[in-house]
Ligand binder design. Structure first.
Ligand SMILES: Nc1ncnc2c1ncn2[C@@H]1O[C@H](COP(=O)(O)OP(=O)(O)OP(=O)(O)O)[C@@H](O)[C@H]1O
Length: 446
């Protein structure tokens, strides 16, 4: 805290109580003097005292108003200005629950402050983690966890389905840690043949086994004082797990075929898409290693549980491969509705291939067939924002109807007869609706 802040605090916290205490003392003294004055002259002091009391009450009331005005005015100015900026959601008080009590103005302040804090936290996340795209609550919680754990040396276990961004998160932890100026070394335990895993991890001496023609440092050594990211740790064989545990506990390793211990300075981050507790129960994963790894767990949510991130991610991923292209609204609806079992990686691949096929606009028929066939939640597709909170029911129904038609046509790859059957309407009726909504069934044909 600077000296200036300190002076401001002392001023506010001392001056206001001093003003009111001073007013009370003055009132007491003047009332005492007034009573004495009248009693000394054998006159009744009641009426003069009452009049004096009224003057003092008005004075104190005015002082209170001034203080409140002095304190509230800048807050109100700030709130008014932010409300006209348009970045805040409409905070109409009509949405307040009927039992809401208290000053509506304070309610308004509270809501604006909440939204401003939310926006600032998004801005902070964007600045600190430009590589991690997403504004869902789940992703923001993950970013907070990264910020918390990165400066510590704690082992981190990142759990999540394939393609959810585990390696990306491990990288971000490294970038925000004291190890950032040292290497980030990643090793996928599932991608290395069982017999070679130990030598990859700990290194080997020349002649340690057939083919070991030279001494080779392992990933732990290569990471130095950096970060070692062990992906798919659930696929590590039990024997290697025992050695890994020892390395984590003793912070020392011995190369395969070697005798000299080497100190390990790297920070460990592990990731898995398997259910490790279940594997422990089935004795496929060592319990002691699991406890050692299970210190700080970051659970990455699958994409289908944070659908609000899909449009952002899709735009970001398209920007990386074809910034001049854009999505047709129907394509974005389909992307948002898909279940994405392969998560962000699947989305990335879908966008890459669609960008190759498409011209300036990516239409539904440019998407991989799995996305067109595998529509799981047609009605959960978010409707485009409506013009105002009290938008007509008709408009909402039109949007839902249009989405259902688009989804049905996507499923049937533009075959109107089948689409009409899915929708439970006559083909003629579908034809009329296509005309009404200006939907070109041809774009769904592949
Ligand atoms: N939130 C995100 N923002 C931007 N890109 C992302 C995000 N999440 C994942 N990606 C991208 O998706 C791809 C897959 O991510 P990553 O390799 O980190 O997933 P993973 O969970 O480690 O996958 P696996 O389990 O298959 O190893 C990467 O290209 C990554 O950059």
């Amino acid at each position: 805290m600077t000296m200036k802040d300190l002076r401001f605090n002392i001023n506010l916290y001392v001056i206001i109580p001093v003003i009111f205490a001073g007013l009370t003392i003055l009132s007491l003294l003047s009332a005492y003097r007034l009573t004495r004055f009248y009693l000394d002259r054998h006159l009744p002091p009641e009426w003069p005292l009452l009049a004096w009391g009224a003057v003092l009450t008005t004075l104190t009331f005015a002082c209170g108003l001034l203080v409140v005005k002095f304190l509230i005015a800048p807050v109100r100015r700030f709130v008014d200005r932010t409300q006209t900026m348009g970045v805040l959601r409409d905070i109409g008080m009509e949405n307040d629950p009927p039992h809401a009590t208290g000053d509506p103005e304070l309610h308004r302040f509270e809501r604006v402050f909440d939204q401003v804090t939310e926006i600032l936290s998004k801005v902070e996340a964007r600045t600190l983690f430009p590589e991690i795209v997403g504004q869902s609550t789940a992703i923001r919680a993950v970013l907070n966890q990264i910020l918390k754990v990165a400066p510590t040396d704690a082992i981190v276990l990142i759990a999540g389905e394939t393609g959810t961004g585990k390696e990306l998160v491990a990288h971000s932890i490294h970038r925000h840690s004291r190890h950032q100026s040292h290497p980030f070394v990643a090793m996928n335990c599932a991608a290395i043949p069982e017999g070679l895993l130990e030598s990859e991890l700990f290194g080997h001496e020349k002649g340690a086994f057939t083919g070991a023609v030279n001494r080779k440092p392992g990933k732990m050594e290569l990471a130095g004082a950096g970060t070692l990211f062990l992906d798919e740790i659930g696929d590590m064989p039990l024997e290697t797990q025992a050695k890994m545990l020892r390395a984590l506990e003793e912070k020392r390793i011995v190369r395969v075929g070697g005798i000299h211990p080497i100190t390990v300075a790297a920070r460990f981050i592990a990731a898995t898409n398997k259910n490790l507790p279940e594997m422990v129960q089935q004795e496929l994963f060592r319990q002691d290693l699991f406890y050692r790894l299970n210190v700080f767990v970051i659970q990455l949510p699958p994409l289908r549980e944070r659908r609000e991130d899909i449009p952002l991610l899709a735009e970001h991923l398209l920007d990386q491969v074809a910034p001049e292209k854009h999505f047709a609204p129907a394509t974005m609806h389909l992307l948002t509705a898909h279940a994405w079992p392969g998560n962000v990686r699947e989305l990335q691949n879908a966008i890459q291939s669609a960008a190759v096929l498409a011209g300036a606009t990516i239409e539904p028929n440019h998407l991989p067939s799995a996305i067109l066939q595998n529509i799981t939640t047609p009605l959960q597709t978010p409707a485009p924002p409506l013009p105002n909170g009290a938008a007509a029911l008709d408009e909402r129904l039109r949007t839902i109807e249009k989405q259902m038609i688009v989804n049905a046509l996507s499923q049937t790859r533009g075959v109107q007869k089948q689409a009409a059957e899915i929708l439970g309407i006559k083909e003629r009726s579908l034809w009329h609706r296509l005309k009404k909504y200006e939907i070109d069934a041809g774009v769904f044909k592949r």
